[in-house]
Design a protein around this ligand. Structure first.
Ligand code: FES
Ligand code: FES
Length: 159
C-alpha cells in the first residue's frame, strides 16, 4: 500500500509516495531518480547498493523505506560532491583507475567514505577488513585499496 514517507536524502528533506515495505534502493532509483546506487544481488551480499544512513554504511537493497523515514540522514553517491568538487575518494578512484565496469564503484566509494570518516588513517588490513562486504566482479581490489590509501593521505595533507 502506498503511503507518504518523509526522508532526508543528501541533506534535502523529501516526501515520497511509496510502499513503506519497499526497499530503500528501489525508492532511491525509481522514485527519486538517484541511480548511482546499483542493484546487484538484491540480498545484502554484494554491496553495490551501499549508501550511508546516519554515517554508517548500509545495504539499501535490504533496508525498508519504513526504517529510514523521518530524521535519519541518507547519503548516496550523488551527495558526496561539495561545492562542485568531488570527494577525495572519488578523485582517488579516478587517479588509480580503480574501476573497470564500474558496477561496484559507488558502493565501494560509499563504504570507503564511511571508513575514512571513522578512521582517517586506516591501515591496509583495516581497509581490506572493512571493505569485505563489497564485491568487485572485475577484481580491481588492489587499485581500490590503493585509492583508499591515497584518499587517506589527501585528507591528512589537507587537514
Ligand atoms: Fe544490495 Fe547486493 S544489491 S547488497
Ligand atoms: Fe566491475 Fe567492480 S569494476 S564490478
Amino acid at each position: 500500500m502506498q503511503r507518504t514517507t518523509s526522508l532526508t536524502v543528501n541533506n534535502k528533506k523529501l516526501r515520497v509516495e511509496a510502499d513503506p515495505d519497499a526497499s530503500l534502493l528501489s525508492v532511491l532509483r525509481n522514485d527519486l531518480e538517484l541511480t548511482g546506487s546499483k542493484y546487484g544481488c538484491g540480498e545484502g551480499e554484494c554491496g553495490a547498493c551501499t549508501v550511508l544512513i546516519d554515517g554508517q554504511p548500509a545495504k539499501s537493497c535490504v533496508t525498508r523505506l519504513r526504517q529510514v523515514s523521518g530524521k535519519k540522514k541518507i547519503t548516496t553517491i550523488e551527495g558526496l560532491e561539495q561545492d562542485g568538487r568531488l570527494h577525495p575518494l572519488q578523485e582517488a578512484f579516478l587517479e588509480f583507475d580503480a574501476l573497470q565496469c564500474g558496477f561496484c564503484t559507488s558502493g565501494m566509494i560509499m563504504a570507503g567514505v564511511a571508513l575514512l570518516n571513522k578512521n582517517s588513517r586506516p591501515r591496509r588490513e583495516e581497509i581490506v577488513r572493512s571493505m569485505n562486504g563489497n564485491i568487485c566482479r572485475c577484481c580491481t581490489y588492489p587499485r581500490i585499496v590503493a585509492a583508499i590509501e591515497r584518499a587517506s593521505r589527501a585528507t591528512k595533507e589537507g587537514s
